[in-house]
Design a protein around this ligand. Structure first.
Ligand code: BGC
Length: 727
């Protein structure tokens, strides 16, 4: 007995001594552990033991594996076996800006900083896996989770996801890329069957995932709820085995979305590795033993024992689960939580991601004024809560009102709400910034706002969506492209009195702005996290010169977009009542659509203004005939009076192709900071992949010889320079 104990301790030491270590060490530890595990132990590590954990192998010194949401901060602890918050007082976090805001920075360095910073918080909280980032493409402005994703372009989403993942994982915390795949709407997300052709799948919906797992080296990935071509994404051998594990040769672990598994055999053979969040039936739903009834628990064990499913397949899952576990052992890094540096990261990412959409000259605000009027409910609403699983409990949140107030210490800052959503603060963390109750009817709110505006130097209206149900929220797509709570009419009325009114839009998706010509400025301020008010004030006052650019198109009206039929969105039911959605628009998503139809959007993809101006010089190409690669160098000059940063975009246009191709596609971008009068250079190196389309019949990427154009642009609708080259 004594001996046995001694050997067990040796095994523990061997398995835990070098966390996150070299690939070889990890592989040999995986094999060593696997060879010592019983069938019960193997089964235990491929399914959950609580809402967010799996058990590890205590006997071998392999600790529990803890996951948590993601992606904008570390979610507060939940009950062991229930979604409710555990009510701890030590789990407040730094809330970072939403991922759409991060994408709007177009800044890879900042994405890395974001990942490192949020990863440190996850490490401190002892999480092995942070559930994010989300890289699903914004296919419709109505998708409830657009705010958790990185826009409409696969290249941009991939480029921003990669450093985020590397930053998170530098803490030995795994990123978990979600939701794989074709999960582009929340309506019927648990059951809808997505039909998409292979060209659109490979060109639009998969590249960001591929970049995330291969270039970013993500250690885990979350399979989506929806079906793809008849089979649940979490059971889908085409997505999980054929593409992810075979074509891309990825060695990480696939974790099911919470409750996305429906069948033992399909899940076991379809490529899923770990099952989380399933509900079990009836009586056992809340019993501790319910976890044993998961599809990859007892039912799986029984099928293996009966010889119906091979143990070798289970071994592959166990290897991946163990690899995830060993990669994420703490390794002497204890992380940190709510540090001043983290709040500073949150603030600078927020300020860099804010997009200035219109400015008739009123911005930046001058400090020496006597009266500033702030209007709109979103100026006082907490916004780190809501939206469902990404909802956070933060140590502090600065409201837009407080941020603006702090910027005008010598002015009278007056607040009027102007409208009342009637929505409670979402989430269950008993959290508020201001009293949100309201007794006044709409007409009184309006007249009070108009009265407050008398004599104001500035009027700033902070409105938009608010992460309540149907307002940028998981599980509930938006019901309309219009702003809610009568804001359109309200803004028109208020701006009739003050045509220089500044409209600050809080949202994580595009919204209609029929009032755009009637206001003095429009600022897209996303959900900015803990430092919302400070980041916003930084941009409004010019302390930070805005440099964010849109990661998706804002159409004038929803009808202008590619989705024309119910089968395209929200989907239709077949004769058996099953829901299907058909991506009939194929590859024509976002600017690819607006370009092809020559439809002018309200604000194009890649668009954003600055308080300075930039001039682009002639691009210089390393060669006019591309072999393996080509470098394009572009001089950029800050021609204005203040320092600022510009996001320069490279689109490639295939002049003549044997197949239908988008007018142009984003294949490079760089952000350059310049002092007034300064000239700097951005350079892009592209390979043949930047010229290719996916030939679905041959199942390969094809770059056709011929002429191409390199378009150097300030947005998808603002091409500043072009140069031709051939392949
Ligand atoms: C969401 C995931 C989330 C998980 C755990 C699911 O409902 O779709 O994104 O990570 O819950 O909270």
């Amino acid at each position: 007995m004594k001996h046995l104990k001694f050997f067990a301790l040796c095994a523990i030491a061997a398995l835990t001594s070098c966390s996150g270590g070299k690939k070889q060490d990890i592989e040999s530890r995986v094999e060593s552990a696997l060879s010592q595990m019983s069938l019960d132990e193997k089964i235990a590590v491929v399914h959950a033991q609580s809402k967010f954990s799996s058990p590890g192998v205590r006997r071998l010194g392999i600790p529990e594996l803890w996951c948590d949401d993601g992606p904008h901060g570390v979610r507060p602890e939940t009950m062991w076996d229930a979604w409710e918050a555990a009510g701890q007082t030590n789990d407040s976090c730094t809330a970072y800006p939403s991922l759409t805001c991060l994408a709007a920075t177009w800044d890879r360095e900042l994405a890395k900083r974001y990942g490192r910073s949020v990863g440190e918080e996850a490490r401190y909280r002892n999480k092995n896996v942070l559930l994010g980032p989300g890289v699903n493409i914004c296919r419709t402005p109505l998708c409830g989770r657009n705010f958790e994703y990185m826009g409409e372009d696969p290249y941009l989403a991939g480029q921003m996801a990669v450093p985020y993942i590397q930053g998170v994982q530098s803490n030995n915390v795994a990123a978990c890329v979600k939701h794989y795949a074709v999960n582009n709407q929340e309506f019927k997300r648990l059951v809808i069957d997505t039909h998409v052709d292979d060209r659109a799948l490979y060109e639009i919906y998969l590249p960001a995932f591929k970049a995330a797992v291969l270039e970013g080296g993500a250690w885990s990935l979350m399979s989506a709820y929806n079906k793809y071509e008849g089979t649940f994404a979490s059971h889908n051998a085409r997505l999980l085995k054929e593409i992810l594990k075979d074509e891309w040769a990825w060695d990480g672990a696939v974790i099911s979305d919470w409750g996305a598994v429906h069948d033992t055999e399909e899940a076991a053979t379809g490529g899923l590795d770990l099952e989380f969040g399933s509900y079990t039936d009836g009586e056992l739903r809340t019993a501790p033993a319910a976890y044993d009834n998961y599809y990859l628990a007892q039912p799986y064990k029984e099928k293996i024992l009966a010889g119906e499913l091979p143990e070798e397949e289970l071994n592959d899952k166990v290897r991946r689960a163990l690899r995830l576990n060993f990669r994420t052992l703490a390794d002497g890094n204890f992380g940190s939580m709510c540090s001043p540096e983290h709040f500073a990261d949150s603030r600078s990412i927020g300020a860099q991601g804010i997009v200035l959409l219109k400015n008739s000259g009123i911005l930046p605000l001058k400090a020496d004024v006597s009266k500033v009027v702030v209007l709109g409910e979103n100026a006082i609403r907490p916004m780190v809560v809501g939206g469902s699983s990404s909802s956070l409990k933060t140590q502090h949140e600065t409201s837009p009102l407080d941020g603006i107030r702090a910027s005008f210490p010598n002015a009278q800052v007056v607040y009027e709400r102007a409208y009342y959503s009637g929505e409670p603060t979402p989430g269950n963390y008993n959290y508020s910034l201001y009293d949100l109750t309201e007794e006044r009817p709409a007409d009184k709110l309006l007249s009070d706002a108009l009265a407050a505006m008398e004599g104001a130097d500035y009027v700033i209206f902070v409105g938009g969506l608010n992460k309540n149900k149907y307002q940028d929220c998981e599980g509930r797509d938006r019901r309309s492209y219009e702003l809610p709570y009568g804001q359109n009419e309200l803004i028109e009325t208020l701006s009739a009195a003050r045509p220089d009114m500044i409209y600050v839009n809080i949202s994580g998706s595009p919204v209609a702005m029929p009032f755009v010509d009637k206001v003095g400025a429009v600022v897209q301020a996303w959900y900015l996290g803990s430092e919302t008010g400070n980041a916003l004030a930084d941009v409004l006052t010019g302390a930070v010169n805005p440099s964010g650019k849109l990661p998706f198109t804002f159409p004038v009206a929803l009808e202008d977009g590619p989705i024309k039929t119910e089968r395209q969105y929200p989907g239709i039911q077949d004769e058996n009542g099953k829901w299907h959605v058909y991506y009939d628009e194929g590859i024509y998503v976002g600017y690819r659509w607006y370009d092809s139809k020559e439809v002018k959007p309200l604000f194009p993809f890649g668009y954003g203004l600055s308080y300075t101006t930039f001039e682009y010089g002639k691009p210089v190409l390393s060669t006019r005939r591309m072999g393996k690669s080509l470098t394009i160098k572009v001089p950029v000059t800050n021609t204005g009076k203040v320092a600022g940063a510009e996001v320069v975009q490279l689109y490639i246009s295939d002049v003549e192709a044997s197949v239908d191709r988008p007018v142009k596609e984003l294949k490079g971008f760089d952000k350059i900071y310049l002092e007034p009068g300064q000239t700097g250079y951005v350079s892009f190196t592209i390979g043949r992949d930047a010229l290719s389309f996916f030939d679905a019949e041959k199942h390969e990427w094809v770059a056709e010889p011929g002429t191409f154009k390199a378009l150097i642009a300030a947005s998808a609708a603002d091409i500043r320079q072009e140069a031709e080259f051939s392949l």
